[in-house]
Design a protein around this ligand. Structure first.
Ligand code: HEM
Length: 412
């Protein structure tokens, strides 16, 4: 039995046990410290919100700002001097700037553009699987889960195929959450390189527009003037960054949970139309955004009887909210037939004005990746079922994903 004190210490220090299985810690925090003050390694006072109702309210609370470079300079307090230039986008802003940027991007990120990607996503998934060895153990993360979303975002934005591996490398380096001087230097260099790359790519799109999102955004910028050049570069970066690791980890988590629960996998194989609800249930059960939902309080606010003082950082633990028994029956069961799981009651894609802009694309990619993988390799198995999953170690929990996923696609 985890005590409150143990739970707070585990979350604060991000202990290996907590990384392996954070759910008992969250259960304890929901019960006895639902708005939990802590000091993660970056040293800033942070309040972790763990109950569903509080989480939903906090995600759309205008007193909790996402303007991370505004008055409180919140990002610099967490991450030190990172490239502000790349972060001049909707995720890091409040209304009215957020409303303006999101509306402009929406004009280019239409349901038509997402649906039009379906055949290309299918082709990307098939080609990656064609290249995988089938009889020997294979780490599915680098071979499949990571390359699928990076190829899809590059396709969406219009990044030429020969430049995609460079994109993957740079965006992985930017996404790392290390606090050492060395990892910060590498991160900053990757951010500068990405900035230079997108600036140059936008110039190319201006000269030779194509049917892709970056050309569409460039046209919006040039005709409407509602988007600055740096906002355009930052938006391209945001789409790359927000749509890459998140979707890759979700695909990995999904494959693992299906392989560990053959009855659930069989249910989807027998009834392929269950893949949509299954992906929704996966986002609820083990979504990839754990608490990368940074905000800060612009005034004193109160949640579940705890005062969050002005200036404090706030993280909303989606992973916890999505397992709150006050909201979900049998929250710790992974059940693709869960009633209501098509209604998106979970908070895995956020809530309110910052609700994930790429959710339709993430759903489509994950559905196609899983149905194709399990359709082509019905005997797919974990390479070493006895060893248990290796969850990624991080200095503080922002994303939830596996460090590796060794499988055999078609065992002899
Ligand atoms: C925002 C989750 C994939 C683009 C968010 C937020 C969450 C989220 C929780 C809100 C963060 C907050 O309120 O602080 C996910 C998950 C994904 C995924 C779990 C995959 C499984 C994608 C993809 C794209 C994307 C594929 C685009 C290509 C965005 C953007 C925002 C966002 C642009 C900012 C929206 C705003 O600030 O208005 N995402 N995301 N995401 N996501 Fe996703």
């Amino acid at each position: 039995m985890t005590t409150t004190q143990d739970a707070v210490a585990a979350a604060e220090r991000c202990t290996p046990e907590y990384r392996r299985n954070p759910h008992p810690v969250y259960a304890q925090l929901r019960e006895s410290a639902p708005v939990c003050p802590m000091r993660p390694p970056h040293g800033n006072e942070t309040y972790l919100i763990t109950r569903y109702e509080d989480a939903r309210n906090a995600l759309s609370d205008p007193r909790l700002s996402k303007d991370m470079y505004g008055a409180m300079d919140a990002y610099r307090r967490i991450f030190g001097d990172s490239s502000v230039a790349l972060d001049d986008n909707m995720l890091n802003s409040d209304a009215p700037k957020h409303t303006r940027l999101r509306k402009l991007v929406n004009t280019a990120f239409t349901p038509r553009r997402v649906e039009a990607l379906r055949p290309r996503i299918q082709e990307i998934v098939e080609t990656l699987l064609d290249d995988c060895p089938t009889r020997e153990p294979l780490d599915l993360l680098p071979a499949f889960a990571f390359p699928v979303p990076i190829a899809v975002i590059c396709e969406l934005l219009g990044v030429p195929p020969q430049e995609r591996s460079k994109m993957q490398q740079l965006s992985t380096t930017v996404a790392q959450t290390g606090f050492s001087a060395e990892s910060k230097r590498a991160q900053q260099k990757a951010e500068e390189d990405l900035h230079a790359y997108f600036t140059e790519l936008i110039a190319r799109k201006r000269r030779e527009p194509a049917d892709d999102m970056l050309s569409a955004l460039t046209a919006v910028r040039d005709t409407d003037g509602g988007l600055s050049e740096n906002e355009l570069v930052s938006t391209a970066f945001l789409l790359m960054f927000a749509g890459h690791k998140t979707t890759a980890y979700l695909i990995g988590n999904a494959v693992y949970h299906f392989l560990a629960r053959p009855a659930q996998l069989r249910a989807v194989q027998e009834k392929p139309e269950l893949i949509g609800p299954a992906v929704e249930e996966l986002v609820r059960y083990e979504g990839s955004v754990e608490s990368a939902t940074f905000r800060y309080a612009t005034e004193d606010v109160e949640y579940s009887g705890t005062r969050i003082p002005k200036g404090a950082l706030v993280q909303i633990a989606l992973t916890s909210a999505n397992r709150d028994p006050e909201k979900f029956e049998r929250p710790d069961d992974f059940d693709v037939r869960r009633p209501g799981n098509t209604q998106n009651a979970h908070l895995g894609f956020g809530h309110g004005s910052h609700y994930c802009l790429g959710a339709p694309l993430a759903r489509l990619e994950t559905q196609l990746a899983l149905s194709t993988l399990f359709g082509r390799f019905p005997r797919l198995t974990l390479a070493d079922p006895a060893s248990g999953p290796q969850w990624m170690a991080v200095p503080f929990p922002a994303f939830r994903g596996l460090a590796e996923l060794p499988v055999v696609l078609d065992p002899a």
